[in-house]
Write a protein that binds this ligand. Structure first.
Ligand code: AMP
Ligand code: GLY
Length: 429
């Protein structure tokens, strides 16, 4: 499938995940030139940013043909759920170009909670018990809620930018949530159907699988920190930091993950004739040592990519069934610097100072752009600062040294990334 002479690569997306991909892809001897659409001020150091939206398929088509692109890597979920891979497969001039990402049917693992829950049920994959309901079924949904105990978990079926999950503590708030989704159109079409499921207590973990539809490899696992506030408080964000590897994901636990979740997922996709070439991100809950799937995503995580990819020193240039990963034995941590106000309203366009003072940490740009020759903030999540060390504490020293040195107006970062995992370490010693 791949040529041995270097070729041009296109990467879609503009966040910290894409900066991490851009850094790794451009370092490959197989990469002739990297294009990033639309990219950010950080990705520009690794290739050419092109101002095209990842969901503007005709513009992507023109770019691919004009620049003789021979490989396309998709960062975010939107183009996948909207069928970018199908668009390539259905076009006689694009058909032969490999795209890393699933077709629309595979992207339903992320794009429809109802589909992904049904998939897990069909293939015996451990997940929370659930029922799903449509617009005309408010009464049935409320009846089902009343059979559960708090906290309640209510999910909009479709993509809702990470905001479609409610976890209320009381039945009254849960009922309001269901009504808002099914009756008042909160979350728009994404909430036309809802999944109501059992609450799973435990610690979360993200596992990443790269598959060609038959074979797979499991990448280093990571834990991310989703809430804005220290001590996991306040509203959910895209992710405020990450750690990899995760101490409690020992070989016993990961063996269960592979046997009970990864294998039945890859085999299940094949059995359902869903072609899947790309990443599967499995959000798991560790419930007393047993893994349960919270969600699938059809792409890599952000900020997890910023800790996982830098740990992959070399990927042997072979087919996936013969591929071996060379994983850096150190720990990587990333701390996200965000705009004050995020995940609510925030201002953009502030100059970022001392970007060259990050020491040994890697600075991945998440929401930045160039303005009059300087780098300025351009999003909620602004920079992902990745440090390395023997253990979490040492890696965090690098991440936090960079966070203290770099500065922009109203910058905020969590000071407790990885702290829970360090106390887990201590208690098992
Ligand atoms: P999701 O978008 O499905 O990943 O859900 C967002 C977040 O809600 C997850 O990262 C979990 O922290 C939490 N969550 C979702 N489903 C459950 C569940 N069944 N039990 C406990 N927490 C959950
Ligand atoms: N960090 C979680 C996500 O990428 O969805």
């Amino acid at each position: 499938m791949f040529q041995s002479v270097p070729y041009n690569i296109l990467l879609l997306g503009s966040g910290g995940r894409e900066h991490a991909f851009a850094r790794s892809l451009s370092a490959s001897p197989r990469c002739k030139h990297l294009f990033i659409a639309p990219g950010n001020a950080g990705t520009a150091a690794h290739g050419s940013n092109v101002s095209i939206s990842p969901t503007d398929f005709p513009a992507i088509r023109d770019l691919v043909l004009r620049e003789d692109i021979q490989l396309v890597v998709i960062g975010p979920e939107d183009p996948l759920v909207q069928g970018v891979v199908d668009y390539f497969r259905e076009d006689s001039e694009l058909r032969h170009i490999p795209v890393i990402g699933p077709t629309r049917s595979g992207a339903r693992l992320e794009g429809s909670k109802e589909f992904s829950k049904g998939f897990m049920q069909r293939h015996g994959i451990p997940t929370a018990a659930y029922k799903s309901f449509g617009k005309g079924e408010v009464k049935e949904a409320l009846d089902f809620l009343s059979t559960l105990s708090p906290p309640y978990v209510i999910k909009a079926d479709g993509l809702a930018a990470g905001k479609g999950v409610l976890i209320p503590d009381t039945l009254q708030v849960a009922e309001e949530g269901v009504r808002e989704m099914l009756e008042s159109g909160r979350f728009g079409q994404a909430g036309d159907r809802v999944v109501i499921e059992e609450f799973l207590p435990g610690i979360e973990l993200s596992v990443f699988v790269l598959t060609d539809g038959r074979n797979y490899i499991i990448l280093p696992e990571a834990k991310d920190y989703k809430r804005i506030g220290e001590g996991d408080t306040g509203p959910n964000t895209g992710g405020m930091g990450a750690v990899s590897p995760v101490p409690f994901a020992d070989s016993d636990f990961m063996h269960k993950v592979e046997e009970c979740i990864v294998k039945p997922t890859v085999i299940g996709l094949d059995q359902e004739e869903i072609p899947y070439r790309g990443f599967i991100f499995i959000g798991l809950m560790n419930v007393n040592g047993d893994p349960f799937v919270i969600e699938y995503n059809c792409r890599m995580g952000d900020p997890e990519t910023e800790v996982v990819l830098p740990l992959l020193e070399a990927v042997a240039e072979q087919r996936l069934d013969r591929m071996e990963l060379d994983v850096d034995p150190r720990t990587a941590t990333t701390v996200m610097m965000v705009s004050g106000g995020y995940p609510g309203n925030y201002d953009k366009g502030f100059g970022i100072r001392k970007l060259d003072q990050a020491g040994d940490a890697i600075v991945f740009h998440a929401g930045t752009t160039m303005q009059d020759g300087s780098v300025v903030t351009n999003g909620g999540r602004v920079l992902a600062l990745t440090g390395f060390g023997v253990g979490i504490a040492e890696a965090l020293e690098q991440s936090y040294a960079a966070a203290k040195a770099i500065d922009f107006d109203y910058a905020y970062y969590r000071r407790d990334i990885g702290r829970d995992l360090m106390s887990v370490n201590h208690s098992t010693e």
